[in-house]
Design a protein around this ligand. Structure first.
Ligand code: TPP
Length: 659
């Protein structure tokens, strides 16, 4: 291996050596503990240390770095106390996730390290968001993010690079090409000669770097970082290296040809560099021994601290509470008397606009949201007021944009993402349910993101522009789900959603956008989550519903003045106002729940179950659930009318009344 010292000082040469030695020695210790059954799983980065260490040392401490599962050298280079790392791997309290997640699956703002989720790819979009926040604040910073060559096959890789390129974000995309993704060799993973070649397709610069040569890694990355700080832009780096051990220890390396192992064994980044430094007189054997003794002592004493720590115990109330980030809801009443009779769509637009004035680091992202104003014109006229840097048109890449929103939040900003239609959220599903929803529980990080969801049927739009898919999200702990039915609620709840540091899915029924009007206070105000609204009071039975269902229920009841009903508009589904539901059921003794979504697995089923569990003795009839037919949403009017539950609701309501 050829080393070019260039202008590097002796101190730096040693720092790089020490930087690599520590993770290697920690790993060697971990392998022993694994064989002794003292730790559960290990993903080895042996042979790849030069990349983690070289890249991290080239960054400033104030710059974020987003490592993967083989980047122990990132963590040690940022000087995380080893006992905390060991406790993390043992699932103990002093770790970074209090036993809630394993291995390198955590982040820490203190050390500006943002760890991965298992799904690999979302990491890249998160880096985009972090870099976007730096760019918007005109901070001359680089964000570095890692991926293996296997994960470059994920759509997230393509999406994140494309976004970074279109927006010219200062991200260093670091591919560690170590030959295998689990057992899959590179020729079964991609067909281009070098992954770096892909950069051209994104209109991006790239470099190929010998990932086993620490001086090459450090010098080239350092040079690039300086250049990117001067002139922000994304760069794709492909580090050529090799995975010297199994995917994880249990899976072995039988599928790797011996010859490859031998060849790459000769290119070990540490022993080669050590020989070079010895030959140059920068290192001596005696100094190596001293260093190793110091590191061994550091490892052993910190391991002892971790082993001495008690196992974590589960306090149920704490576990439940920490699914969500703390939010001190501020109730803001409207100060003015003035109200305006406006449409549902206008109320949402007004709330969003007033929130943009209130939070100057709130960023709106979505397809066609800038000059075009979004397909439903919610953001029409926003660009002249807030500029294109805050009202951002995105490429068609829901997954990367949700991840980018997560990155903005990590770097202290707020984001509202407009799904063009709620149906398309399926293309951004992974980061919502796996990253945003779980991040607070895992490592106490907020996900200050609102996802606006124009949803619902009755508009003749067929299976892919009509769904009301709230049940995909009410199932997932960590998300809040809001679903207003009236303009004044829509505005106040959207304001609250934007104030709330937790991820909120904000459902906006398209059918209501231009058909429903109401008096809406003209100035800023908030409406609390978790409080249903009693729209109509009666004694005969309780109707619980939300969204378009509210209007259907009111219409049907108007046709049946004999049915004296309580009508409860839920307004938010997570948190759910079970108290108000039970209070009403205890009074009326009968409950019918109406939802627009297909019935099976929807919120109506859960409400029904909870009412049976909590107020069975008060019930005078079985709880009824009414929802859409168990089919996709059909296009033709007659089919869609029969699909939707409005007509069935009428007959079921009458039946319950007569029970
Ligand atoms: C979306 C997703 N699919 C599959 C997996 C299982 N898995 C975890 S790591 C891995 C291989 C990754 O290969 P690569 O990106 O090259 O990184 P390496 O492990 O080689 O460092 C696979 C298949 C996963 N975690 N997430």
């Amino acid at each position: 291996m050829r080393y070019h010292v260039g202008s590097l000082e002796r101190e730096k040469l040693l720092e790089l050596y020490k930087g690599m030695l520590k993770p290697r020695m920690i790993e060697e210790k971990m392998l022993i503990l694994l064989r002794q059954g003292k730790i559960s799983k290990w993903f080895s980065g042996i042979g790849q240390e030069a990349i983690s260490v070289g890249v991290t040392q080239a960054l400033k401490e104030s710059e974020y770095i987003l490592p993967m599962h083989r980047n122990l050298g990132v963590f040690t280079s940022r000087n995380i106390p080893l006992n905390r790392l060991f406790s993390q791997w043992q699932g103990k309290q002093s770790g970074f996730t209090q036993g809630r997640d394993r291995s390198f699956h955590f982040g820490t703002q203190e050390y500006k390290i943002i760890g991965m989720i298992s799904h690999l790819g979302p990491q890249l979009g998160v880096a985009d968001g972090i870099a976007l926040a730096d760019m918007l604040r005109r901070k001359k910073r680089v964000t570095a993010v890692f991926t293996g060559e296997g994960a470059t096959s994920e759509g997230d890789f393509h999406e994140a690079l494309n976004v970074a390129s279109v927006w010219n974000l200062p991200v260093l995309f670091c591919i560690e090409n170590n030959g295998y993704g689990l057992s899959t060799p590179t020729n079964e993973q991609y067909r281009c000669e070098n992954l770096a070649d892909r950069a051209k397709g994104y209109g991006m610069e790239s470099r190929i770097i010998d990932g086993n040569n620490i001086l090459e890694v450090y010098t080239k990355v350092d040079e690039l970082c300086k250049a990117i700080r001067r002139r922000p832009r994304p760069v794709l780096l492909e580090f050529k290296t090799f995975r010297m051990r199994g995917h994880e220890e249990a899976s072995g390396t039988k599928y790797v040809p011996e010859k490859l192992m031998r060849e790459w064994g000769k290119k070990d980044p540490i022993s080669n560099y050590e020989d070079f430094l010895l030959a140059e007189g920068v290192l001596t054997q005696a100094y190596i021994e001293t260093l190793k003794e110091e590191i061994t002592e550091e490892i052993n004493s910190n391991l002892q601290l971790a082993f001495d720590e008690d196992e974590v115990s589960s306090v149920e109330s704490k576990e439940l509470k920490e699914v969500y980030h703390g939010f001190d809801y501020q109730h803001i009443e409207t100060k003015l008397e003035s109200k305006e009779n406006i449409r549902f769509v206008d109320a949402i637009s007004q709330g969003l606009e007033q929130s943009m004035y209130r939070h100057n680091e709130l960023i709106i992202m979505g397809q066609d949201v800038a000059d075009y104003g979004g397909v439903f014109k919610i953001t029409e006229g926003f660009v002249p007021k807030f500029g294109k840097s805050r009202v951002r048109n995105t490429p068609i890449c829901e997954s990367a944009i949700v991840s980018t929103a997560m990155g903005l939040s990590i770097n202290g900003m707020k984001a509202v993402v407009e799904m063009q239609f709620a149906d398309f959220v399926s293309s951004g599903f992974n980061p919502i349910v796996n990253y945003l929803a779980k991040v607070n529980y895992r490592w106490n990080e907020k996900a200050d993101v609102v996802i606006r969801m124009p949803c619902g049927g009755g508009v003749g739009a067929g299976p892919f522009h009509s769904q009301t898919n709230e049940a995909w999200f009410t199932k997932t702990p960590g998300l809040k789900v809001v679903y207003p039915a009236f303009p004044d609620d829509a505005k106040g709840l959207l304001n609250t959603a934007i104030n709330d540091p937790n991820p909120v899915l904000f459902f906006e029924h398209k059918g209501l956008y231009r058909s429903i009007k109401g008096d809406v206070p003209t100035d800023y105000y908030t409406v609390p989550f978790g409080k249903a609204k009693l729209l109509k009071e009666g004694k005969a039975l309780t109707v619980v519903t939300y969204g378009a269902g509210v209007h259907w229920a009111l219409e049907v009841l108007e046709k049946h003045p004999e049915i004296d009903a309580d009508v409860l508009d839920l307004r938010t589904l997570q948190p759910l106002d079970l108290e108000s539901i039970c209070q009403s059921v205890k009074k009326t003794g009968k409950l019918i729940v109406l939802q627009e979504d297909t019935l099976f697995g929807g919120i109506a089923s859960d409400i029904s179950a909870m009412v049976m569990e909590n107020c069975f003795e008060y019930l005078d009839a079985p709880v009824k659930r009414v929802g859409s037919l168990e089919t996709p949403v059909p296009f033709a009017k007659s089919l869609e009318t029969n699909y939707l539950p409005k007509n069935r609701f009428e007959s079921e309501l009458v039946e319950l009344y007569q029970y």
